[in-house]
Design a protein around this ligand. Structure first.
Ligand SMILES: Nc1nc2c(ncn2[C@@H]2O[C@H](COP(=O)(O)OP(=O)(O)OP(=O)(O)O)[C@@H](O)[C@H]2O)c(=O)[nH]1
Ligand SMILES: [Zn+2]
Length: 362
């Protein structure tokens, strides 16, 4: 029946549910659990979840490290929810904002053994919903019946895992001419992924020859830098310098990828900025929140370039990972074109951290 939502559509729905604080049902064979994002969980829903089973808090190993909790499952940790603690404790476990003021949240009962794939999937979905990577997972018997009765989204991992692993195809929705300060010969293309996630944009300048390496830039959205003129990073000047160089050469393509905050979303980036004001650097702040240094998926940039007919690029970047990802996805990088602009007194330490910890080229 084509009217029933496919697994891709149900995954998009699940992300929306988690953002709204609605539980979803995750199944892996006989294992079934309700999962809800800690960030959006309400006290009322926690009471009702407790009535169904014993809640387990799933955190990333990164977050567990800061909390000094044991991560027995490699990349993730599971903790029992003490019976006398509720959403305030859960929130403090997920959100490092008050870590320095309240460093001791234990002792913890760290869980080990058993199937952790539901916990891992819950964290993965919370991340893709741009929430804090922490989920409450409540194993339930007769989960399908509970979900059907309550109208909850059901996700079977056997169907979902391949979809979560593959790069979603992107389709061009529309393109239109846009004269800009950098050049009057601009054209903006909008690409929409089939998984219902954010749209991404390609700004084509001039009429680049598809048989030659094109001057290209993969720019990740930075609301604070691109729009507000933040002095904490170099994104705004990099964006304008890249467009200016393409304008001066008469051809190029700038991909504006909506992967704000290296893929963690603007709210989490602001949480990271707040931690940076407590003295942590850009990488440490991500880790304390429970994220990796960089959560972006550069495969989608390669997909857009390919669909526009480009097979080789002269890539404007200082980030060797972008070059490796392009090459890995079959886009030849014939030249790295350095992009060093916008250093300020306020971003000097940030740029130095990227060079020291993330391998950026100086
Ligand atoms: N999480 C996090 N993201 C940040 C921070 N500062 C800037 N960003 C984000 O980092 C990304 C910067 O992306 P890019 O301009 O592609 O930069 P890059 O990976 O350093 O590589 P190149 O500029 O190509 O050398 C944007 O998505 C910003 O929103 C920060 O302190 N924390
Ligand atoms: Zn920025």
């Amino acid at each position: 029946m084509s009217l029933a939502p496919s697994i891709i559509e149900r995954l998009a729905r699940a992300r929306g549910d988690l953002r709204m604080g609605v539980p979803i049902l995750l199944c892996n064979g006989a294992e079934q659990a309700l999962a809800v994002a800690v960030e959006t969980l309400t006290a009322e829903r926690l009471i009702d979840l407790r009535a169904l089973g014993l809640p387990e808090l799933a955190l990333t190993a990164r977050r567990a490290e800061t909390l000094k909790a044991r991560a027995y499952d490699g990349d993730l940790a599971r903790l029992a929810l003490p019976s006398d603690l509720g959403v305030d404790w859960l929130r403090a476990m997920a959100d490092p904002a008050d870590d320095l003021r309240m460093p001791m949240k234990g002792p913890f009962q760290c869980l080990r053994g058993g199937d952790v794939s539901l916990h891992r999937a819950a964290i993965r979905l919370a991340k893709s919903a741009h929430l804090l990577p922490a989920a409450l997972v409540v194993p339930v018997a007769e989960g399908a019946a509970v979900a059907a009765r309550l109208g909850l989204t059901m996700i079977a991992l056997a169907d979902a895992s391949p979809e979560l692993d593959r790069a979603s195809p992107l389709n061009e929705v529309v393109a239109a001419r846009l004269p800009m300060v950098a050049t009057e010969q601009g054209r903006v293309h909008i690409f929409r992924p089939e998984d219902g996630a954010e749209e991404h944009y390609a700004i084509e300048i001039g009429q680049p020859d598809r048989h030659q390496p094109v001057l290209a830039r993969l720019h990740s959205a930075c609301f604070t830098g691109d729009v507000l003129g933040s002095l904490k990073c170099d994104c705004g000047p990099q964006l304008r310098a890249a467009l200016a160089q393409m304008g001066a050469e008469g051809a190029g393509v700038l991909l504006y990828l909506n992967q704000e905050g290296r893929g963690i979303g603007l709210a989490n980036k602001m949480r990271a900025y707040s931690l940076q004001d407590q003295g942590f650097d850009t990488v440490e702040a991500n880790h304390r929140l429970g994220f990796e240094d960089d959560e972006r998926d550069f495969r989608l940039g390669a997909g857009i370039l390919r669909s526009m007919g480009f097979g080789a690029v002269r890539l404007l970047t200082n980030n060797p990972r972008k070059i490796a990802m392009m090459e890995g996805q079959g886009i030849r990088v014939t030249e790295r074109v350095p992009l060093k602009v916008g250093e300020t007194a306020q971003n000097r330490a940030y740029l130095a951290t990227k060079a020291a910890k993330s391998g950026h080229l100086l």
